[in-house]
Design a protein around this ligand. Structure first.
Ligand code: ATP
Length: 141
């Protein structure tokens, strides 16, 4: 069966994933995308989500905190803001980030000088933490 190489890198951690895979499912600003070998060229922005990597008959999840994805027929490159495989996720840290972000959103919404930028930032932090918790099978609201 044909495969496509997937490389995921981040500025802080360099190479996070590099392997030939069967299929990748990610969430872009335009919606969910399934990438198979020989996919048409594509450049898109990713939002925080749980990416699904299918390879050798199994599926693995990865928390992706947004970034950019370039697809060519034989190679998928993700330049992630941050990305973590399940073994590298600190659940307590993600839970703390999740609660912190929720508290911030509530405080900003109740504040008379609520700022859209602050709310957007807290919502992005919430989405990153949520993706990490979902990868670790921790239920989130
Ligand atoms: P925090 O508030 O806990 O720092 P964050 O979402 O602001 O969370 P990021 O800026 O997305 O963190 O990531 C900074 C670095 O820390 C990245 O290398 C990312 O992989 C790592 N990281 C963030 N949260 C976790 C976590 N829960 N477990 C493991 N690594 C994490």
């Amino acid at each position: 069966m044909a495969t496509i190489k997937l490389e995921i890198v981040s500025p802080r951690r360099g190479e996070i994933f590099s392997q030939d895979i069967d299929m990748l499912i990610v969430r872009s600003t335009a919606g969910e995308l399934g990438i198979l070998p020989k996919h048409a060229r594509l450049l898109t922005e990713l939002i925080p989500h749980v990416g699904r990597i299918k390879a050798n008959g199994t599926e693995n999840q990865i928390a992706i905190s947004g970034g950019f994805m370039e697809v060519t027929p034989d190679l998928i490159t993700i330049l992630a803001d941050a990305a973590e495989l399940p073994d590298n996720i600190d659940v307590d840290r993600a839970k703390a980030a999740y609660t912190r972000a929720q508290d911030r959103i509530t405080a900003f919404k109740n504040s008379p000088k609520e700022s859209d930028i602050d709310i957007k930032r807290a919502e992005a932090a919430l989405a990153r933490a949520k993706a990490r918790l979902l990868v670790k099978n921790v239920p989130v609201s």
